[in-house]
Design a protein around this ligand. Sequence first.
Ligand SMILES: [Zn+2]
Ligand SMILES: [Zn+2]
Length: 151
Amino acid sequence: MAVKFPKAHDKFKEYLRGGNHRITPERFDVLDGALEYKGHFGADDLYVKMKSNGFNVSRATIYNTLELLAQCELLAKRHFGDNKTHYESSFNRKNHDHLVCTNCGKIQEFSDDGIQEIVDKVCNELGYTSTGYSFTIFGSCNDSSTCSSAK
Ligand SMILES: [Zn+2]
Ligand SMILES: [Zn+2]
């Protein structure tokens, strides 16, 4: 069967090898499942989806593989204020930030170059080298069909 994301597979394989992690087919199933997932997901969301698609992977494998994928930057880890770790593919994707509706849970993506400029400016002034940042706006949306506070 053809590999769905050959470049991502190569990168992950190299990462696993370099860190002396075991290279198992399950880990690459998790990689494919994560890259195919539309939008943001938690480890349990992916577990349920893969189970229903007939994959035989354990919850533990999903948890630790997602962690490895985040470390090798194929996935981005996000925190949206609900004490849950969310993941999303960062493979072939432009960097972006999020607006979270604290009422209905809607998450909207946006990107604005001004944010990266602030990161660069602050790092420059304080003598840091940036390895990433997290920027999330919380508020309530005005989607009256899903959001109870909307007028
Ligand atoms: Zn809302
Ligand atoms: Zn996102």
